[in-house]
Unconditional design. Sequence first.
Length: 70
Amino acid sequence: MQADLDTALLDAHANGDQRALVTLYAQAADQAHDVDAACFYLTHAYIFALELGHPETADLHRRLATHGRV
């Protein structure tokens, strides 16, 4: 499953699909095995969400704040 997600992330980057990157990085955060890895992925999702004005921006910010990462 992780390999599929990695491939999807690489494809989204290659295609410049920022909307997909928000979703995929959030999924990667959900699957991460520790808080640091989860926050790494959440940070990426949050940055792309900010650039897009994505509806998940506030939730991503909240998730990062929960771990003291904002």
